[in-house]
Design a protein around this ligand. Structure first.
Ligand SMILES: [Zn+2]
Length: 150
């Protein structure tokens, strides 16, 4: 569904000009919307963000993207690290943990990877610096180096 109007987040005026809608531009402020935000103070930006998120929630907006598995696992690792921080509590932590669990279910055809993701959420499985270095030494010598042929 194509937008037929655009609301300026700065002055609150509505434009029905297709060019303004396409470019996200305000003819009254003579500014592109994206440029406005860079100079806003944090409170004003948070208020605008809150309104955008509420609008998206009301419209049941979802985000779909294709991401390669290596990049995705890097993001999962970063999320698991954040979840283990003692100061990270509350509902967003539970949401992140739920997302990781759902991802693991999507990857159920790769059980070793699912187990690795599960362990990534448990501090007891952290590697010491020495173990991490040893892991990288083995890896950098190539997969053939680990095989003894027998
Ligand atoms: Zn404006």
């Amino acid at each position: 569904m194509k937008k037929t109007s655009i609301l300026c987040p700065q002055c609150g005026r509505t434009s029905y000009n297709p060019n303004d809608i396409e470019q996200r531009y305000c003819g009254h402020c003579h500014e592109f919307h994206e440029e406005m935000f860079s100079t806003w103070d944090p409170e004003k930006l948070l208020n605008a963000t809150g309104m955008e998120i509420q609008t998206m929630a009301d419209d049941h907006v979802t985000v779909k993207m294709d991401i390669n598995i290596v990049d995705l696992l890097a993001a999962v690792g970063a999320m698991q690290l954040a979840c283990r921080h003692p100061g990270y509590t509350g509902p967003s932590k539970l949401t992140v943990q739920r997302l990781i669990s759902q991802l693991a279910m999507e990857l159920k055809d790769y059980p070793a990877l699912v187990e690795l993701i599960r362990r990534g959420g448990i501090k007891d499985y952290d590697l010491t610096d020495r173990e991490y270095q040893a892991f990288h030494l083995v890896r950098s010598s190539g997969p053939g180096a680990e095989q003894d042929g027998g």
